[in-house]
Design a protein around this ligand. Structure first.
Ligand SMILES: C[S@@+](CC[C@H](N)C(=O)[O-])C[C@H]1O[C@@H](n2cnc3c(N)ncnc32)[C@H](O)[C@@H]1O
Length: 208
């Protein structure tokens, strides 16, 4: 059993108050419109969904990818509760995901125009390979958003966050995106190190 299968039972309670604002900002940075397709990488319990679904509407498509069954079970409950018909959840290691697998799960040919990854790349062990793989799946002109924590200096909270989330917040996970994409932008959502264990950043790049 993965740590996140266990963490799933109290994840929303522990995490949501701290990251709610950042998620909203991340989704806004995608400039989504009705009918858009969004892939939520390492979607976990689906806390981004409530920000994405009202914008893409019933004609859009949201694909959530995560390898933890426990986390996805919580996401499934949110989907059912909200009666969202256009959400596809894929239980898979994001490093191994292929376009044909996504299309098979969606039941139709699709173009991934938007990818959002919140607090995923600091956790995924093979994060560089995953980022590379997901960027390859992105359609030309598509947007890739990362929201994550980077500890430029270590405080007590850094240690706490790394243990609780099984994360490595020393990663500069925006750097490969900067190399791969065009119109790259990096900004800080919050500099409250005492709350996040580091700087909470938002990185945005487009596929050329
Ligand atoms: C800190 S949680 C973030 C969840 C969610 N994105 C959020 O905003 O709260 C990290 C997630 O990454 C998932 N994860 C870790 N490694 C993964 C991999 N190789 N493939 C897919 N998901 C992975 C975990 O199962 C967990 O749900």
């Amino acid at each position: 059993m993965k740590w996140y299968d266990i963490f799933s039972s109290f994840y929303d309670l522990a995490i949501e108050p701290v990251y709610k604002k950042a998620r909203k900002q991340g989704v806004e940075a995608l400039w989504l419109k009705e009918g858009d397709l969004v892939l939520d990488l390492a979607c976990g319990t689906g806390p981004n969904f409530k920000h994405i679904m009202p914008v893409i509407g019933e004609s859009g498509l949201l694909i959530g990818v995560d390898y933890s069954k426990g986390m996805l079970d919580k996401a499934r409950k949110k989907v059912k509760k909200n009666n969202w018909k256009n959400v596809v959840l894929i239980e898979q290691d994001a490093g191994k995901l292929t376009t044909s697998e996504i299309q098979e799960d969606c039941g139709k040919p699709i173009a991934v125009d938007n990818i959002i990854c919140v607090l995923g790349l600091s956790v995924i062990p093979e994060w560089e390979a995953v980022l590379q793989n997901m960027f390859e799946l992105l359609a030309p002109g598509g947007s890739f958003i990362i929201i994550d924590v980077y500890a430029d200096k270590r405080v007590f909270q850094t240690w706490m966050v790394e243990r609780i989330a099984r994360a490595d917040v020393s990663r500069k996970s925006w750097e490969p995106l900067e190399v791969l994409s065009k119109d790259f932008e990096l900004s800080y959502v919050s500099k409250k190190r005492w709350l996040h264990g580091g700087l909470l950043f938002l990185a945005h790049g487009k596929k050329g």
